[in-house]
Design a protein around this ligand. Structure first.
Ligand code: SF4
Length: 364
């Protein structure tokens, strides 16, 4: 029988870094790489346990729920290799123009009934400029905002002008989804029709407008552990508020259609490493959850996830939202989040704002 060699110093090392993060400190890139490289299942379970502790410390038992509406589908001018909606790939995914008010209102109703905090309008296009389309987008956002049933988030691609970001803010956008997708090093393997720097520039316009940033990436595209590690540090650097981790669901007709799936323990370990690097952020498990994790889905919270994309994804199905809500209930987790905002990401003391907190206990 093959056994993996055990490094007896790993548990103490993981605990030391975990205690440092709980006490408000940070781990270095080299230390984080050490976590990403863990192979032994016993070590990975140690890591998950500390990631769970960090999540509980900074997030309590709250889980933030988001859903999305595909507000403009298919025929996208960009060539993202993972995406069914690119006009470069033959995938048979639906195509339609910008969404009318009714389906958005229905999505807001459904979100409200299920305790979902935010509905994101997601458009398959390169980006948004000033003009009639921006007017229409702002109308949809205002309708969602005045309806008061859910927070109107958007994900509308690349923004080249500060004025566009400012107008979205005026319309009521609080949070904008714009993934970095992977490390700067790996980005050109995912897309060549726009650049990593285009994405960073968009994020800087949004931040200047006072819009919160939802930015993460996709794992399982063929990137290395080092790429995943560098993505997490880049997200820390840009000050992402919500960090969606998508797990590639290879779509027939895309360049990544034959990518092998990541092992479940590798996915859980990645989530845990992100929690160590991004202790205060909402780490949200998004696309590819059901197909890649199957019966291990509930372990994402033990790995440090604090948010969940519920309902169907842009081009693939998710498990029914009732099942997700039952999973949270069974785990003693609370999805009621309406008053939350992003205040728990501000640093006070160790970062959690609690007196007599666990960090004071474990750091001694
Ligand atoms: S990920 Fe977005 S920008 Fe890239 S092809 Fe898909 S819809 Fe277009």
């Amino acid at each position: 029988m093959m056994t993996k060699s055990v490094d007896a110093t790993n548990p103490a090392r993981i605990a030391g870094w975990g205690q440092r993060v709980l006490a408000g400190g940070e781990i270095s890139r080299n230390e984080a790489l050490g976590l990403f490289q863990l192979e032994n299942t016993a070590d990975i379970f140690d890591l998950l346990s500390w990631a769970n502790r960090i999540r509980e410390h900074f997030k309590g038992n709250k889980i933030h729920l988001c859903s999305i509406v595909n507000a403009k589908a298919g025929a996208c001018s960009e060539n993202c290799s993972f995406c069914a909606q690119s006009s470069f790939h033959q995938t048979g995914s639906p195509r339609y123009g910008f969404v009318d008010p009714e389906p958005v209102a229905e999505a807001a109703d459904e979100a409200n009934q299920n305790g979902v905090t935010a509905v994101g309008l997601v458009a398959a296009w390169k980006g948004l400029n000033e003009g009639p389309m921006l007017d229409e987008v702002c109308d949809r956002v205002r309708e969602l905002k005045t309806g008061g049933k859910t927070r109107p988030d958007v994900s509308l691609g690349i923004i080249k002008s500060q004025r566009v970001a400012d107008r979205l803010k005026e319309a009521g956008v609080e949070c904008y989804g714009h993934n970095l997708e992977s490390s700067r090093r790996f980005f050109s393997k995912t897309c060549t029709t726009h650049t990593y720097d285009d994405r960073l520039e968009t994020i800087s316009h949004l931040k200047r407008a006072g819009i919160k940033i939802c930015s993460g990436g996709i794992i399982g595209m063929g990137e290395t552990r080092e790429d995943r590690c560098d993505l997490a540090f880049a997200l820390r650097e840009i000050g992402a508020n919500v960090v969606p981790i998508n797990i590639l669901n290879p779509i027939k007709g895309t360049p990544f259609e034959n990518n092998p799936p990541l092992p479940v323990m590798e996915i859980l370990k990645t989530i845990a490493c992100f929690r160590f690097i991004l202790p205060r952020q909402e780490i949200m498990i998004a696309g590819g959850r059901t197909v890649n994790l199957r019966d291990a889905q509930s372990m994402i919270f033990m790995a440090g996830a604090s948010a969940l994309m519920v309902g169907n994804y842009l081009t693939t199905l998710n498990q029914p939202v009732e099942r997700d809500l039952q999973m949270l209930k069974d785990l003693g987790l609370d999805p009621s989040w309406d008053k939350h905002g992003f205040s728990d990401q501000e640093e006070t003391g160790c970062g959690c704002g609690k007196t007599g907190c666990e960090a004071e206990v474990v750091a001694v």
